[in-house]
Ligand binder design. Structure first.
Ligand code: BGC
Length: 710
């Protein structure tokens, strides 16, 4: 059935519904489900979080886990990790695993992926998002969506739009100019909804230029429906609707929330009353019902249509989880080819750091889930080295326990204060304990009997978490001092960091020879890390975001505002991440697109070709090193700094009308055996007049430059 036929059938069906029945369909009747209409064979729409796997089951009307032990699932790498693979096929394959598992668990809508722009390293939900760059986000997230929807399950891209901080997330008003919205914050939504065909989208909690996103005329009517012609279903974030009439009239289709007074939701009894009293036209409700019914037809939910059944925990899903985890690991630094370590020569190994043994999958907010298992780095390394090696472990720092809370689930309380009040306060370890852990780890690190010392720290979901933003970019628990001391005692110690956002490294980065970064990498994360450290896998991840030297270098903090409670002004405009760094000459610790390999790639030549209205870069590359590996080749529009400065001068404030000196225009990934030369062809966005096309290995490492038309 095509779009028109589907709509026609949906309209016919909707015409048979009473007002009560339509109202039942457009609001939560359970915490994760709408109401159905039994009389006409219309089932409820069943949803679940989230990006890394299908969340555990809750009771229908209480935030209490069902406890049936039937909801353990495949835990995939987080969206930031997927972005670090720069691999569209893998993003699609990973999406397909999530879709199969969602369907396998009986869901109709999976509340993923999260595609907000990583504007500041401090946003608590950064790990659920892809990148600071709209093009990279759009390409990978749209592929992910296509994968999910192979399974008669709808993706729900979230959170539309400009939901870039957790602080006061229900009320904060984001002030951002039109150009910036169009260039930075909206394109990935367009890519996922229009090009990727995402069947649903979730409205954000925050306000945008004064309007709450879930009832916004500008976002939902003008942009989404009128400009983009989107006819999918708009679902509110849980508790993001504030006004019955505004929501009723708006293009929002389903209101969800966290409370169990379902008939009191704005789009339940209050809307019914408003319709009856003539304050909201009934055809607004009809439209919502028609869109929901169209979605159900597309998902083969109606009229006894044959529907895919999906499955969860299929062994092939775990293979994909490992593949994605493996490709996402980023080798930031590797002086003197310290890595990979030789497994044969490692007879005694010391691991230091809480993240070596930490299980992350059950935490972080709505992205939590019950993983079938999660292999920690410590376990992965022990599995890789086997019983002839002795692996010792010391925490080195105290990552704290959480204080007991009042037993209520955080989400249940999430509307109460606008913040995750439920976030239990962190228990600080005593000074003596910290000192003892520190000195034990540092003196052990200096023991020459160890063949290798590996630090595995970073962040965890006490920091990368829904409902709270980080307060600074520093590593928590005194890790900076600890890493510096470990490196002083053992200069060849390998530093591995796990997290969802960049951290400051300036205290020790100069002394470190080898640094590995991994995002939350799912159930096979420990295996992928061990394979990388010991050379069974050649890293090919690239940073999907700028690693700033300090927080002050981040444009959101230097030129704009972040984490203010009433209003945040995005004063940096379009100059997010590398766009700012490159244009204004600010050195990052590690640039966007950076990631090393155990082999070397030489860029031989490149061409820019136009074919059938599309543009391509064709690059010839040789693997000049000693092992097989993969390289992500990146293409950037490049503008002379002079032009930017001139634009800046004209505009008076250096930002409003000026253009960034570099913008990602395309990318592709190529795998080569040692000595092999290969040709990689990938699509690039049409190069604007006056720009050259830089081809390289990161935004800062441009190897070849093309002048289109020459
Ligand atoms: C989050 C959403 C999530 C929803 C349902 C909200 O708190 O912002 O991302 O999908 O809860 O759990």
């Amino acid at each position: 059935m095509n779009r028109d036929e589907i709509r026609k059938r949906a309209k016919e069906l909707a015409a048979r519904l009473t007002l009560d029945e339509k109202i039942d369909m457009i609001h939560g009747a359970q915490l994760f489900s709408t109401g159905g209409v039994k009389r006409l064979g219309i089932p409820p729409l069943v949803m679940s979080d989230g990006p890394m796997g299908v969340r555990q089951e809750f009771e229908p009307d209480r935030w209490i886990e069902s406890g049936n032990n039937d909801d353990f699932v495949t835990c995939l790498p987080c969206n930031s990790a997927l972005a670090a693979t720069w691999n569209r096929e893998l993003a699609e394959k990973t999406g397909s695993v999530l879709g199969a598992e969602a369907r396998g668990r009986g869901k109709d809508v999976i509340l993923a992926p999260g595609i907000n722009i990583k504007r500041s390293p401090l946003c608590g939900r950064n790990f659920e998002y892809f990148s600071e760059d709209p093009y990279l986000t759009g390409e990978l997230a749209a592929a992910f969506v296509r994968g999910v929807q192979e399974w008669d399950v709808a993706a729900c891209v979230k959170h539309f739009a400009a939901n870039n901080q957790e602080t006061e997330r229900l009320w904060v008003d984001v002030e951002v100019d039109e150009r910036t919205l169009r260039e930075i914050y909206l394109p990935a939504f367009y890519d996922c909804l229009v090009k990727g065909g995402s069947l649903t989208v979730m409205g954000a909690y925050n306000r945008l230029n004064g309007e709450h996103c879930c009832q916004s005329e500008y976002l939902l009517e003008k942009i989404l429906r009128e400009e983009w012609g989107y006819d999918g279903v708009v679902i509110s974030d849980w508790g993001a609707v504030h006004d019955t009439e505004a929501a009723g009239r708006s293009q929002l289709d389903i209101e969800m929330s966290v409370t169990s007074d379902f008939s009191e939701y704005h789009m339940a009894d209050p809307l019914k009353e408003a319709v009856k009293a003539g304050r909201v036209p009934e055809n607004c409700v009809d439209e919502k019902a028609v869109r929901i019914l169209s979605l159900m037809m597309r998902l083969h939910m109606l009229e006894g249509q044959e529907r895919k059944r999906g499955t969860f925990n299929d062994p092939s899903h775990r293979k994909t989880a490992l593949e994605a985890a493996g490709e996402s690991i980023v080798l930031l630094k590797n002086e003197g080819s310290l890595l990979p370590l030789s497994a044969d020569r490692c007879k005694r190994v010391l691991l230091i750091g809480d993240n070596a043994r930490r299980i992350h999958s059950g935490e972080g907010g709505s992205a939590e889930l019950r993983a079938l298992y999660e292999i920690t780095p410590l376990m992965g390394i022990k599995m890789a080295l086997g019983g002839n090696a002795k692996v010792d472990f010391l925490t080195g720092y105290d990552a704290g326990g959480k204080k007991a809370d009042d037993g209520r689930n955080w989400q249940e309380k999430s509307l109460e204060s606008g913040e995750k009040a439920e976030q239990a306060e962190r228990e600080e370890a005593s000074e003596e304990r910290r000192a003892a852990l520190f000195s034990r780890a540092v003196s052990a690190a200096g023991d020459p009997d160890y063949d290798a010392v590996i630090f595995i720290g970073g962040l965890n979901h006490d920091y990368d978490s829904e409902g709270v933003d980080r307060s600074d970019m520093k590593l928590p628990y005194g890790q900076d001092g600890l890493i510096a001391a470990i490196l002083a005692a053992r200069p060849d110690a390998v530093v591995t960091l796990i997290g969802g956002s960049p951290v400051e490294m300036k205290e020790w980065i100069g002394a470190a020879q080898a640094v590995v970064w991994t995002y939350y990498n799912g159930m096979e994360g420990g295996v992928a890390l061990a394979e990388t450290l010991f050379g069974r896998r050649n890293p090919s991840g690239k940073l999907p975001e700028t690693f700033y030297k300090t927080l002050e270098d981040c444009p959101a903090h230097r030129l704009g505002e972040f984490a203010k409670r009433e209003k945040v002004v995005y004063g940096e405009g379009i100059f997010v991440g590398y766009r700012y760094q490159e244009t204004f000459g600010v050195e990052p610790e590690f640039p966007f697109g950076h990631g090393l390999s155990y082999t070397d790639f030489t860029y031989l030549e490149a061409e820019y070709v136009e074919e059938e209205g599309k543009n391509f870069a064709v690059c010839k590359i040789v693997n000049a090193g000693k092992c097989a590996g993969a390289e992500t080749v990146q293409a950037y529009w490049m503008r002379e700094n002079g032009e930017v400065a001139a634009g800046a001068k004209r505009s008076g404030d250096g930002r409003k009308n000026s253009l960034p000196s570099r913008e990602l225009a395309g990318f592709g990934k190529i795998r080569l055996e040692p000595g092999e030369t290969g040709k990689l062809r990938f699509e690039v966005r049409k190069v604007p007049d006056g720009c050259r096309l830089g081809i390289g290995s990161s935004v800062k490492d441009i190897r070849l430059t093309l002048i289109p038309g020459e």
